[in-house]
Design a protein around this ligand. Sequence first.
Ligand SMILES: NC(=O)c1ccc[n+]([C@@H]2O[C@H](COP(=O)([O-])OP(=O)(O)OC[C@H]3O[C@@H](n4cnc5c(N)ncnc54)[C@H](O)[C@@H]3O)[C@@H](O)[C@H]2O)c1
Ligand SMILES: N[C@H](CO)Cc1c[nH]c[nH+]1
Ligand SMILES: [Zn+2]
Length: 427
Amino acid sequence: MQFIRLEKEDTVVPKNLRLQENEKAVQSVATILEQVKVEGDKALVALTKQFDKATVSSFLVTKEEIETAYGTIRNEELDAIKQAIKNVTDYHEEQIKTSWMKTRKDGSLLGQKVTPLEAVGLYVPGGKAAYPSSVIMNAVPALVAGVERIAIASPPDPFGHLPAGVLVAANELGIQSIYKVGGAQAIAAFAFGTESIAKVDKITGPGNQYVALAKRAVFGEVDIDMIAGPSEICVLADEGANPSYIAADLLSQAEHDELASAILVTTSNSLAEAVRDEVINQLNELPNSEIARQAISDYGQVFICSSANQAIDVVNELACEHVEIMTEDPLEMVGKIKHAGAIFIGPYSAEVVGDYMAGPSHVLPTNGTARFSSPLSVDDFIKKTSVISYSKAAFQGDAQAIMTLARMEGLEAHARAIEVRLKEGTK
Ligand SMILES: NC(=O)c1ccc[n+]([C@@H]2O[C@H](COP(=O)([O-])OP(=O)(O)OC[C@H]3O[C@@H](n4cnc5c(N)ncnc54)[C@H](O)[C@@H]3O)[C@@H](O)[C@H]2O)c1
Ligand SMILES: N[C@H](CO)Cc1c[nH]c[nH+]1
Ligand SMILES: [Zn+2]
């Protein structure tokens, strides 16, 4: 872990993963996208062989595969999936937006029509771990919004299978179009369409740098939710915080990816040292710790600040996906955090609670994009259309001002579209 001591006057230049700096990955993604655009399924077969070491000729998951998944999953796993679906659904139902119409005094009607998107592609990651929870966190907001056609793509294991938990979670949610394809090639298939995977209107969901870069590259061809790349956690803590909780939470995100970042921001030297020691101890006790070890070594950082205000500035500058607050009065800090995907308050709001169970989607902005992006929500799966219905009285009331504005813009045909109706009215 890198220790960074900030003096009173220091301004922060955080070392954080910036996707645009990884030119090699950007190039590789561009090549993959083009290959799928030109060759369709043939490219998907080749790229799945190359990156997932799997021979897959038919990408759609079959009913038999779903049945097999139910045969292998344990009862407590199925129960946990159901419990998460319930909590996440309850939370997202609060976000439902409805169409509205208002009548003005002059008799005109103005409103907004809310329509669910027609077709969405949900990316569920799967290279280094299985992500049944990402099925839930992607699909529930789409279902609550009322999306008609929902498809899932996720990378297969070398035997050409998806994890049982992913298939069961999807089936519990009633999603039938599940494709065994991952990475940038899955994003390309959703964006351009292939013989076996239909083009969608929007792609959502988290993934590694290749997935995040591919989504960014196809934006415009389709909509995307956000840049939800390698996980990030930033813990803001004072000397009273529990170092073993903090170390555990840092490692929980570090284990997602070698490119994940795990950051502590504090004013306390003693806490910083205690957390570092705990991270080392816990890493030594953690099975399969290679990824977390690498992430902590490359992107583990401890900022030791000279004041509480500077600590908050650092947290805001980093604009991390997850911010945990473990200070004496954590609620007081919440208002001061301007940039974060999700904020976790107090010692029992472990970030992992949000990963699986609390209710908000765990699909969150990374790479500093929390400055302008929001968590995945029902809003991502609807669009709004303005509705305008003018009465004759309303039309006559606004006509002169409209013609004036049109002529200010030099747009005579616009002005005449009003004039012709005014003349009609005088006949
Ligand atoms: N921000 C969020 O909301 C959020 C949520 C959950 C997970 N995540 C992140 O999702 C990611 C999951 O990553 P993962 O790797 O386990 O699964 P993944 O499904 O995102 O990526 C696996 C795919 O990456 C592609 N790939 C691997 N190496 C490649 C290479 N050299 N060139 C081109 N493509 C390559 C392969 O096609 C493979 O199928 C992690 O970074 C994790 O932190 C983020
Ligand atoms: N922490 C991840 C978001 O960065 C979500 C997740 C899924 N499973 C476990 N964790
Ligand atoms: Zn996690």
